[in-house]
Design a protein around this ligand. Sequence first.
Ligand code: UD1
Ligand code: MG
Length: 490
Amino acid sequence: MNEASLETGESSHMNKVSAVIMAAGQGTRMKSAMPKVLHAVAGKPMVWYMAALARRVADSSVAIVVGHGADQVRDYLQQEEQALAPYFVVEQTERLGTGHAVQQARSVVMAKAEAGAGHCLILNGDTPLLTEETVRALLACHQSTQATVTILTTQLDNPDGYGRVIRGPQGQVIKIVEDRDASVDEKVVQEVNVGTYVVNTSFLFHSLETLKPQNVQGEYYLTDIIGMAVSQSLRVSALVTNDTNETIGINNREHLSIAEKEMRNRVCRHWMQEGVTLLDPSRTSIDPGVIIGRDSVLYPDVRLEGATVIGEACHVRSHTRITNSTLGDHVQVEDSCVFNDVIVENGANIGPFAHLRPGTIIRKKAKVGNFVELKKTDLGEGSKANHLSYLGDTIIGRQVNIGAGTITCNYDGFRKEKTIIEDNVFIGSDSQLIAPVTVGQGAIIAAGTTVTQDVPSEALGISRSTQMNKEGAAKRKRALHHKQDPEAKN
Ligand code: UD1
Ligand code: MG
């Protein structure tokens, strides 16, 4: 690839770079009710990758052309505004082709006084694996060759579906022919158009005005501007990349799965370089927004999603999914746990089979064990809930022991109520706490108790009925059964 960089060679040729993302297509081949660009790759919609890339590279306006499902795409972009702004959304009300899509961005791109003298980076909305490095190399190639149009191309073993790059006898690019319009000879060409272009802005909008939809699909093809530049003896450059992983244009679900795998590999490679151990990267799924501290170890089949942060030297065992959660350092997560919107402090120990729901905080060195569900619950430092419990809307102090089978009854069918369990409390197994209720510091709740009223500090709360033992009753019962049915067991 061309080594020159955009920043190092600031010449008059380059001026400002604006960007247009074509994201209006329906994506018929996806067979989906959702617009194509909202389909996610590694947890983020394709349009997010394209917009984030354009924002990083362009130093002038970024236009996103929406059309099919425009409101949905707009709503999504608005949610992500903080990460992606500033950008302009323009609408292509009829989908008449990629050339027509870019034309809709004319007023946005030309609005800047210097725009006519600048250059426009055009991105397909469906190439989310494209890297900043490659786009910068494309811009550098455009600059160093003083081109009017520069395209990114790659060689594919199977070029089906892509526009073919047709070159002349000296190897110069002559035109791009779409798959459906290609002759038998042209179909054999394996060099394809990736759908990433840098074009002199005034040439771009002049030529778009003269496009004609004379092709099998009856669409205004952006790709026709290449032939137009050539016929006006303007320079067309092509940067050939041999990284075919990053150039995939997602048109159907199979492409989506290929992109998903590649994006996941990319993220896994990054974290391994940063000092994280992945026991089997091919079975580890980490969203691009996740952060992981060094010396953490992820076992196979772990999923880390959304804005999750994992501290240093944590161990996360198999079949655990952690979403939008923050874990401190030295946290041990056993197999098959689900975390959603929770905070876990240093040295805590979770699972196996724990379900931590939104609003939960597990303080330092606390322990949540087998088949325990927590919702909006603060489990204090060093406290333990080791077996078979539901704790909801509960504040638990330090060094508390929650016995097996404890349930906080936080919902009476009408309202959610709070349970407060103060420091050093011992809750015996199979207890229920009917909220709202407070168990004072150092109190003990006897096993099998239903707590319906506050328990003072250092008190013993017990609500069991007195046990009765009937001497010999078991033996007599067995004898009676045998008499009635000699075959009976026991
Ligand atoms: C396009 C290129 C093809 C290239 C391929 C690379 C054209 C004519 N063809 O084909 O040369 O090899 O990408 O992946 O450009 N879009 C709009 N409005 C429209 C039509 C499309 O915004 O009216 C958007 C789509 O949402 C998509 C992008 O433009 O993000 C490309 O459209 P798509 O239909 O995927 O084009 P391809 O057939 O893949
Ligand atoms: Mg496509």
